[in-house]
Design a protein around this ligand. Structure first.
Ligand SMILES: C[S@@+](CC[C@H](N)C(=O)[O-])C[C@H]1O[C@@H](n2cnc3c(N)ncnc32)[C@H](O)[C@@H]1O
Length: 324
């Protein structure tokens, strides 16, 4: 549990402000954190919004186990509830559980946690040799690991995957080298993939700021966890469970995710099934002060939308607070 207590929660102040606005505007004290991780945002929300109840989702069995211990440790039993699931299942869960109240705010802090990334045996990082797993829900053996994908997809499929999810310009060369190696042996470890990527790059480009394996590792992680499709499918389905005046706040960490958040918010706005106001015309980014403490916040982008009341916009003046 102690390793989870050290976690840094990205753009925390901005998230607290956004969900507090949702709570005040809607009168609801029900909050949702769909990416519990180390619980940093969840516990801060619970402390910040008096009387609130937080439902928090995660698909990672380690995060959930530590979360349950942490809930007891922090005296939050009955105040913070953990839901073990992929967040794409959350709207159905709300439907099935006939939630009496709607949410004042729902937060998503996307991607892997620093804890998952730093735990070498999870296979997200090439900083140490480990099995190429990369499943956030590593308890689910029905889902392919990163190694499974590399050993079964065709060369073209691997190349497309690296290009689409990693924006890797040398995707074809890397895919060809992967297929060459797997003729002699299965690809099983992070070091093997790191070595392939490194040698696929021309010698002059191997020691740039971004390591040659970074984009391929990102691409595989996104593919293994089906991250973009899950995100795209979840966002619109959350609207019916948001109170009028409630907010949806989403932090993304790379352009593929941010693009989905931006476009999906726009579609919701245009469709008008649920009238909303987008409170962030441009995404919010971390302050210099935060960046000096946590460099991972550098790529964070926070977008927020608010459900309007049927009578019109809820507290439109608050929009100003979220300008960049
Ligand atoms: C960036 S971390 C969240 C950190 C958290 N906000 C905090 O302050 O401690 C993302 C977490 O969301 C979980 N996660 C990512 N995608 C998910 C999904 N589709 N369904 C459920 N959990 C997911 C990951 O397992 C990880 O624990």
């Amino acid at each position: 549990m102690t390793e989870y207590l050290k976690h840094y929660s990205v753009m925390l102040k901005e998230c607290l402000e956004a969900l507090e606005l949702g709570s005040k505007a809607s009168g609801s004290l029900l909050l949702g954190d769909l990416t519990f991780g180390a619980g940093g945002h969840t516990f801060a929300l619970s402390d910040h919004i008096a009387g609130s109840m937080v439902y928090s989702v995660d698909q990672d069995p380690d995060a959930l186990k530590n979360g349950e211990e942490n809930i007891i440790h922090r005296g939050k039993v009955g105040i913070v509830k953990l839901l073990p699931m992929n967040f794409v299942e959350f709207p159905d869960w709300c439907e099935q559980n006939q939630m009496q109240q709607k949410f004042a705010g729902i937060l998503m802090d996307l991607g892997v946690s620093s804890h998952q990334f730093d735990k070498m045996e999870r296979g997200f990082s090439f900083r140490a040799d480990a099995p190429l797993d990369m499943r956030m829900n590593h308890g689910d053996n029905s889902k392919p690991t990163a190694a499974d994908l590399l050993n079964t997809l065709s060369e073209k499929e691997i190349s497309d995957l690296l290009f689409t999810y990693g924006e890797e310009r040398l995707s074809r060369r890397i895919a060809a080298k992967i297929c060459e190696l797997r003729m002699t042996k299965k690809i099983e470890t992070t070091s093997e993939l790191e070595d392939i990527c490194f040698h696929a790059y021309p010698a002059k480009d191997r020691h740039q700021k971004t390591h040659p394996a970074t984009r391929s590792f990102q691409a595989l992680r996104i593919a293994v966890n089906d991250e973009l499709r899950v995100l795209e499918n979840t966002i619109p389905k959350l609207l019916p469970y948001l109170s009028e005046g409630g907010v949806l706040a989403i932090i993304s960490f790379h352009s593929l995710e941010d693009r989905i958040v931006k476009h999906t918010f726009k579609e919701i706005l245009e469709k008008q099934d649920f009238p909303v106001t987008i409170l962030t015309k441009k995404p919010l980014t971390a302050t210099e002060e935060e960046l000096s403490i946590n460099s991972r916040s550098r790529s964070a982008k926070l977008r927020i939308l608010q459900r309007e009341s049927q009578l019109g916009r809820v507290d439109g003046t608050k929009k100003k607070r979220f300008k960049t």
